[in-house]
Write a protein that binds this ligand. Structure first.
Ligand code: KG4
Ligand code: ZN
Length: 339
């Protein structure tokens, strides 16, 4: 079964063809990232306009690279939530039009479920497993009970990990996205030079908080500026990255131990982070757990992961008609059919 995936929740306009949820036949991505760098973050209006301009060409290219025509496609999967609403609407409306015109089933896909599926196109892994999802908008620890059954065990109380990295990077004067710049710069610094307080979260022992860490970095930079002192930016980047990764690994290890998981999966844009990948390996080695990481090319936003998840949603009959809408927020545990 061939699924055409469409993704437009942020600044990537992407289309892919994936066979039986696992085999990527094509994966095309156009991005407006360079334009957003000028503003230090994604400008929603610019992202929407670029999606509208690129989407037809990106879909045509994905079909061509997969050596197929729209007649070979069994279902069209599209990201319908969560994300920038104007950006999502471009993909959703395009997918609705294409599905209607070609009489092809339409499958709405939750973006974060898609990130988890980046592991199905990278690894030979099947649910159930425990998944840490770390992206620009989300930091969750989720029990993936099946391909379409998710249970949130821990989540951020404030900023997502990627968001905190991006904001801290901006304060340090690094290029957007800060997460990528911090990862690149950190090996040149000393991660123990700046000590940040360990975030405390009351209530759930598995929840995260990154806003305190982020404020500590901002204060460090501003204090130094006021006193005319210089800052060792590579060491500040490395120390902040250590703070964020330590929080993620500490909670992930706690949940896996408490709940008895031995299969750990990581997903989302921040799963590309070198320290997170290395520390997750160490955590799994010391506990004798199996670790699955997405291939680097599938960590960021792409449509192959959407087509992969779309296959499993389609098998569960999670399909939509022309009334499908886009949503800026949507919990991962809500299936389209049950909304
Ligand atoms: O999953 P994603 O591409 O988009 C969302 O769904 O949000 O994640 C984007 C986030 C950004 O915050 C970016 O800084 C972060 O992923 N990111 C990284 C790395 N690559 C991307 N953070 C740390 N290290 C990286 N190598
Ligand atoms: Zn994403």
């Amino acid at each position: 079964m061939k699924i055409l995936g469409i993704e437009s929740s942020c600044d990537e306009t992407a289309c892919a063809v994936v066979e039986n949820g696992r085999k990527v036949l094509s994966n095309v991505i156009a991005t407006s990232l360079e334009e957003h760098k000028l503003y230090g973050g994604v400008v929603p209006e610019i992202a929407s306009r670029r999606h509208a301009e690129s989407i037809s060409g990106v879909v045509e290219e994905a079909l061509a690279q997969a050596n197929c025509t729209i007649d070979d496609i069994d279902a069209i999967a599209v990201t319908y939530a969560p994300g920038l609403i104007g950006a999502l609407l471009v993909g959703v409306n395009f997918a609705k039009g294409l599905a209607l015109a070609t009489d092809t089933p339409l499958v709405p896909v939750h973006h974060i479920r898609g990130h988890i599926a980046s592991n199905y196109i990278s690894n030979d892994v099947e649910p159930p497993f425990l998944c840490l999802i770390v992206s620009g908008g989300h930091s969750h620890i989720v029990a993936v009970n099946s391909y379409t059954d998710f249970e949130i065990i821990g989540k951020t109380r404030d900023d997502a990990a990627g968001e905190a990295l991006d904001k801290a990077g901006r304060t340090m004067g690094l290029e957007y996205p800060g997460g990528v710049s911090i990862d690149r710069l950190s090996p040149q610094g000393d991660e123990n030079k700046y000590i940040f307080p360990k975030p405390k979260v009351t209530g759930s022992p598995y929840d995260f908080s990154f806003s305190g860490l982020k404020t500590a970095v901002i204060n460090t930079v501003h204090n130094a500026e006021q006193k005319g002192e210089s800052i060792d930016i590579p060491s500040l980047a490395a120390s902040f990255q250590k703070g964020v990764v330590d929080c993620l690994i500490t909670n992930l290890e706690k949940v896996a131990r408490d709940k008895g998981y031995n299969k750990i999966v990581i997903a989302g844009g921040v799963s590309a982070n070198s320290k997170l990948r290395a520390d997750a390996e160490k955590m799994c080695d010391r506990n004798n757990w199996k670790l699955y990481l997405p291939k680097l090319k599938y960590c960021g936003d792409n449509a192959a992961m959407i087509a992969s998840q779309g296959y499993y949603e389609f098998l569960e009959n999670n399909v939509a008609n022309e009334s499908l809408n886009a949503y800026a927020t949507m919990s991962i545990d809500k299936s389209y059919r049950n909304n």
